[in-house]
Structure formats: structure tokens, C-alpha cells
Design a protein around this ligand. Structure first.
Ligand code: ADP
Ligand code: TRP
Length: 332
């Protein structure tokens, strides 16, 4: 039986962090043996916020290196840069004709950008979910490993697939978000203000490039409040966040000990944060070192990305040919 097709992308907008790892990359690595995987650096998506041209290459190469350092094997998957696959942009235009201004204006991530960068509400931002749908549908993917924040974008991609199929004929399967756990996840920031992120909450996000001391400092500053006074009292959001992080990073038995200590009020949050920091360091340090080595070997990264683009273009051009034919763009 042929393997199911998987697509996912990460924008080259900064340093990767534990949210990217647990929401996305951890799943990529687990899927790479059993699925036909296309993973890419979403450099076009990053242009909607106007990065400095001199930073672009470094950002793209770092995201690729951090993916590989986290366990992604470029021999097993197609690892490529979005802008190396021009077929995506053609499908993007075709899908734009099936998407309505009103529905794009309602997307929460767009509304958030309108609030945060009112001086730059460009059409690329408005049509961001259409480009994302093109990224996915160009390989006719069925599974998309992403964090919880991408759920709505996936719903839009399914709508576009169905609209196309109803109008022109069956071509695209419906893509669904995917996580190996039963639910999509959101890794919280250490200060309890939303999620870990490449560009926001920088002091409360643990990056895969952070050195040991930075991880310790950021973790010890995490809000925890006072120890509980009543046995079995409910947890504040800050404490819940710390436990969520601990469940990702720390041995189950030790987590259970801290949970029990919370329940009987003997917990010391300083000790808990120290434990969490050391576990994060143990996790991040080897990835950071492998990623740094890889970034020094530009020739190797270039070769990997070029080979990835070839694999991706082979699949993309087949889909595009079928798409054009159904639409009626076959004149000769
Ligand atoms: P960021 O939001 O940090 O700029 P991206 O938007 O490029 O990162 O996201 C790349 C992938 O990482 C997506 O699948 C996204 O859902 C996931 N992701 C980002 N932040 C988190 C988080 N804090 N928790 C879980 N998944 C996340
Ligand atoms: N929009 C995604 C994010 O911000 C990144 C992305 C772009 C993506 N194209 C994609 C994710 C296709 C999955 C599939 O995180």
C-alpha cells in the first residue's frame, strides 16, 4: 500500500523553540519512517512581515539546520524551501479565485495582525491561509502535523479542497491536523502570557539555541506564586503551565512526585523550577550543538535543500498538471 502523504512548514521568522518542537518537529520525526513526508521552510510566509533581506538566508538555513538537529532525516523526507517550489504559487493563485474576502477577513490570525501591525495590512497577510492551503494541497496531503494554533487554517484548507472538488472534479483529499497524542498541543510561555513563540514572549520562550545559563535564568523567573495552603487546592494558570511543561520534559515518576507534593502542600516551586530547567538543558543542549555544527556546513545544507526541492517539485508538478486540466487550462 502506498504511504499516506504528510506536509508541514515552519516560517523562517526567528529561532525555533520548544513550542515548535513539541507542536510540530517531534511529530515530523516520528512520522518520517511511515509516511511520505514533505517538510519545508515557509520563507514566503515570512515576507508578510517584511524581514530585512540580509537576514533571510541565515533564517532559512537555521530553521533547516534546527529541524535536522532535532532528528529529521533528509534522506527519508523531502526537506525544502517553499520559494524553491514555484508550483505552490500557481496553485495559490488558483485557490485565491475560490476564496472570499469576507471569510479571509474573519480569520483570527489576520485580525490579530491588523491589531499588531496596522501600518502593514498587506494582501499577503490577508491571503496567508490560501498560501498555506496551497502548500498542503500541492502534494495532496492528508495529515498535517501542527500545533493547536493552526487548527483554523487547516479548516480553511479543507474548505478550499472541497470547493475545488465540487466545482472542477475530485482531486484533493481533505487534510487534517495531526499530533501523535490525541490532541493538538500549545506549549505555554513561561510567563503565562500565551504561547512560546519565535517573535513574541522572547524572555519566556525556551529556544533550541539557548545556552544553559539562559535556560536556567528564564525558567527561574517563571511565575509560580506562593505554595498552596490547602491540600488538593486547584492550580492557578501559572502553576498549570509549569506542570504542562514538566510533563513534556521530565521523567513521569518525578512529575508524579511533584504533583503529590502540590496536593499535600509540601511543594517548593523553586525546586520544581530547578528540576525543570535542568531537564530542559539536557534536552536542548545536544540539539543546539548539532544545529551549530550543521550551520557551519553551508555546502551540505545547500545540497540537502536542493535535493529536497527536487523531490517536492516532482510531486507538485503532477498535482498542478491535474489541477490545470480540471480547470480547463489545457489549450495545446
Ligand atoms: P511561531 O508561532 O513561533 O512563529 P510558526 O508559526 O512558524 O512558529 O509555527 C511552526 C509550527 O510550530 C506550527 O505547526 C505551529 O503550530 C507550531 N507552534 C508554534 N508555537 C507553538 C507552541 N507554543 N505550542 C505548540 N505548537 C507551536
Ligand atoms: N502557518 C504556519 C504557522 O504559522 C506555517 C505554515 C505555512 C504551515 N504553510 C504550512 C504549516 C503548511 C503546515 C502546513 O505555523
Amino acid at each position: 500500500m502506498s504511504k499516506q502523504i504528510v506536509v508541514s512548514g515552519i516560517r523562517s521568522t526567528g529561532f525555533l523553540h520548544l513550542g515548535n518542537y513539541f507542536g510540530a518537529i517531534h511529530n515530523y520525526v516520528k512520522m518520517q519512517n511511515d509516511y511520505n513526508c514533505y517538510f519545508f521552510v515557509a520563507d514566503y510566509h515570512s515576507l508578510t512581515t517584511h524581514p530585512d533581506p540580509k537576514d533571510l538566508k541565515q533564517h532559512v538555513f537555521r530553521v533547516a539546520a534546527e529541524n535536522i538537529a532535532s532528528g529529521l532525516d533528509p534522506e527519508k523526507v523531502a526537506l525544502y524551501v517553499q520559494s524553491d517550489v514555484p508550483e505552490i504559487l500557481e496553485l495559490y493563485f488558483l485557490l485565491n479565485t475560490l476564496t472570499y474576502k469576507g471569510e479571509l477577513e474573519k480569520v483570527p490570525t489576520f485580525k490579530e495582525k491588523v491589531r499588531s501591525q496596522p501600518e502593514n495590512v498587506n494582501a499577503g497577510l490577508l491571503t496567508y491561509p490560501v498560501l498555506m492551503a496551497a502548500d498542503i494541497l500541492i502534494h495532496r496531503a492528508v495529515k498535517v502535523p501542527v500545533g493547536k494554533d493552526q487548527e483554523q487554517h487547516l479548516e480553511m484548507a479543507r474548505n478550499m479542497a472541497n470547493r475545488f472538488n465540487n466545482r472542477y472534479g475530485e482531486l484533493f483529499p481533505e487534510p487534517y491536523p495531526f499530533n501523535f497524542g490525541s490532541e493538538l498541543i500549545k506549549v505555554p510561555s513561561l510567563d503565562g502570557n500565551g504561547k512560546m513563540s519565535k517573535s513574541e514572549n522572547i524572555n519566556a520562550t525556551i529556544y533550541l539555541a539557548d545556552d544553559d545559563e539562559t535556560i536556567r535564568k528564564k525558567t527561574m523567573k517563571a511565575k509560580s506564586g506562593l505554595s498552596p495552603e490547602q491540600p488538593n487546592s486547584s492550580m492557578t494558570d501559572d502553576i498549570q503551565n509549569l506542570f504542562s511543561l514538566m510533563r513534556l520534559m521530565t521523567d513521569e515518576i518525578i512529575v508524579a512526585q511533584y504533583e503529590a507534593a502540590y496536593a499535600d502542600c509540601s511543594i517548593r516551586f523553586g525546586d520544581m523550577k530547578k528540576q525543570l530547567a535542568e531537564d530542559m538543558i539536557r534536552f536542548v543542549a545536544p540539539i543546539r550543538e548539532r544545529a551549530a555544527d550543521l550551520q557551519k556546513d553551508e555546502v551540505r545544507l545547500q545540497r540537502i535543500l536542493k535535493e529536497g526541492a527536487e523531490k517536492a517539485r516532482a510531486s507538485a508538478s503532477e498535482t498542478l498538471k491535474a489541477t490545470r486540466k480540471l480547470i480547463g487550462i489545457n489549450y495545446y
